[in-house]
Unconditional design. Structure first.
Length: 116
């Protein structure tokens, strides 16, 4: 019986260890949020996200990520990262959310990153 309770207490923590992987990402600036519906201050309230895509910063971050080789996890390397003129694309889903955000913000001077 105690094992069951322990499992349900630990199970949500296991999900948080799963990587946040993407196959497309962009560097952005001017990020704003605005309400688009639902009851204010309730779970039904929804928000729209607006931002400007920065192609030059995205290319900078994509090139930096392609050169990355920090380990053996899927997001540690992105040999298939390519810049298509607007976004950084990885057919192998190698783009990590935290990693691309780091490159956009710290290396390429954008406000942040957005990914699928």
């Amino acid at each position: 019986m105690q094992f069951t309770y322990l499992f349900f207490a630990v199970a949500p923590l296991i999900g948080s260890a799963i990587a946040d992987l993407h196959n497309a990402a962009v560097c952005v600036t001017g990020r704003t949020y605005s309400p688009i519906g639902g009851t204010p201050f309730s779970p039904s309230q929804t928000w729209a996200k607006h931002f400007e895509i920065l192609p030059d910063a995205t290319k900078c971050a994509c090139d930096a990520y392609r050169r990355r080789n920090t380990g053996n996890k899927q997001w540690d390397q992105c040999p298939d990262c390519t810049f298509d003129g607007l976004q950084c694309v990885s057919k192998g889903w190698h783009i990590g959310g935290d990693e691309i955000t780091y490159y956009c913000e710290k290396t390429c001077h954008a406000q942040g990153a957005e990914a699928n």
